[in-house]
Design a protein around this ligand. Structure first.
Ligand code: G
Ligand code: G
Ligand code: NA
Ligand code: MN
Length: 255
C-alpha cells in the first residue's frame, strides 16, 4: 500500500522523530519522566502522527525499523540531556507486537543503551496486550524477563481495553499500568468509568505497581484521579507532546 511506501520512505530518509509528553505527579506537579511518541516529519505535509503510517506497525520488518529509529533518537537525546546536566527522569518508548518477532528485541535494546553508556533504569518499554497475541508472542515472556533483569521497566499501555489483563499482570514482570484514556475522559460524568478507574487503581496499587492515568485533560479529572488514589498522570492538561528542542529550551539541541 502507499502507506507502507510512505513508512519505508520515512525510515530510509530518517524522517522519524520522537515528541516527548511528560508524565507528571498529579499532587506535586513534578515531572517524573517522558513518553516518546513517534512523529513523522513529512517534507511537504509537516509533522504527522503515527496514524498516518499505522499500517507500518503491522509489517514486522518496518515496525522493527521504526522502533529502531525511535530508540536511536531517544538514546541520543537522553545522552545529550545527561551530558548537559539535565535530568529528564525516565523515558518510555512504545514497542509494537512485531518488535518481538526477531526473538532478541530486548538484547538489541540493551545493546543500544550500552553503546550510549546509558543505565537501563532510564528506559521504560510500553507494550499493549496485543504483544501477547501477535506473531512474536512466544518470544515476549523471555524478552520481558531480560528487560526486567537489566532494570528496564515494563509498562502495560491502554490498560483495561484488552483481554485477560489480570493473567498478564501475574505472569509477566510488569511495573506500570497505564489506565486507558477512554476511561479517564468521562470519569467526571460517568459513574461506571469512575468505578473502573477506581478498581484499576486498587488492583495496581495492591500488586505494588505504579498506576498512570492517560489522557488527563481537565483539572476536575486530575482532582478525581487523586481522590481515587491515582497520583500520576499524562495528558494535555499536564503537557502536550513536544520535540526535544522545546523541552529544555535553555539547553542547546543535542547533536
Ligand atoms: O499521539 P499519538 O498519535 O502519538 O499516538 C497514537 C498511537 O501510536 C498510540 O497508541 C501510541 O501508543 C502509538 N505510538 C506512538 N509512538 C509509537 C512508537 O514509536 N511505536 C509504536 N509501536 N507505537 C507508537
Ligand atoms: O496509546 P498511547 O497511550 O500511547 O497513546 C498516546 C496518544 O494519546 C498520542 O497520540 C498522544 O498524542 C495522545 N494523547 C496524549 N494525551 C492526550 C490527551 O490528554 N487527550 C487526548 N485526546 N489525546 C492525548
Ligand atoms: Na504508549
Ligand atoms: Mn495508551
Amino acid at each position: 500500500t502507499s502507506m507502507i511506501h510512505m513508512a519505508r520512505d520515512a525510515v530510509a530518509r530518517d524522517m522519524v522523530v520522537p515528541h516527548y509528553q511528560p508524565k507528571v505527579d498529579l499532587v506535586t506537579g513534578r515531572v517524573l519522566g517522558y513518553e516518546a511518541l513517534l512523529r513523522w516529519r513529512h517534507p511537504s505535509l509537516g509533522i504527522l502522527p503515527p496514524a498516518s503510517i499505522a499500517a507500518a506497525f503491522e509489517d514486522g520488518e518496518l515496525a522493527a525499523a521504526l522502533t529502531g529509529r525511535m530508540l536511536d533518537a531517544v538514546t541520543a537525546d537522553l545522552r545529550g540531556w545527561l551530558d548537559g546536566g539535565i535530568d529528564p527522569g525516565r523515558i518510555a518508548v512504545n514497542a509494537a507486537a512485531a518488535d518481538f518477532q526477531c526473538g532478541d528485541f530486548a538484547e538489541r535494546v540493551l545493546e543500544r543503551l550500552a553503546r550510549c553508556d546509558l543505565p537501563p533504569e532510564r528506559l521504560e518499554i510500553e507494550v499493549t496486550e496485543t504483544v501477547f497475541l501477535g506473531r512474536g508472542a512466544h518470544h515476549v515472556e523471555r524478552a520481558l524477563d531480560v528487560f526486567a533483569r537489566a532494570g528496564v521497566r515494563i509498562a502495560l499501555d491502554d490498560f483495561g481495553t484488552g483481554y485477560a489483563s489480570l493473567t498478564h499482570l501475574k505472569q509477566y514482570p510488569v511495573d506500570v499500568i497505564k489506565i486507558d484514556r477512554s476511561f479517564v475522559s468521562h470519569i467526571e460524568e460517568d459513574a461506571g468509568d469512575a468505578a473502573i478507574v477506581d478498581a484499576i487503581v486498587k488492583l495496581g496499587t495492591s500488586l505494588g505497581l505504579e498506576v498512570v492515568a492517560e489522557g488527563v485533560e481537565t483539572e476536575g479529572q486530575a482532582a478525581l484521579l487523586i481522590g481515587h488514589g491515582c497520583s500520576v498522570g499524562q495528558g494535555f492538561l499536564l503537557g502536550r507532546p513536544q520535540p526535544a528542542s522545546m523541552l529544555f529550551p535553555d539547553m542547546a539541541e543535542p547533536k
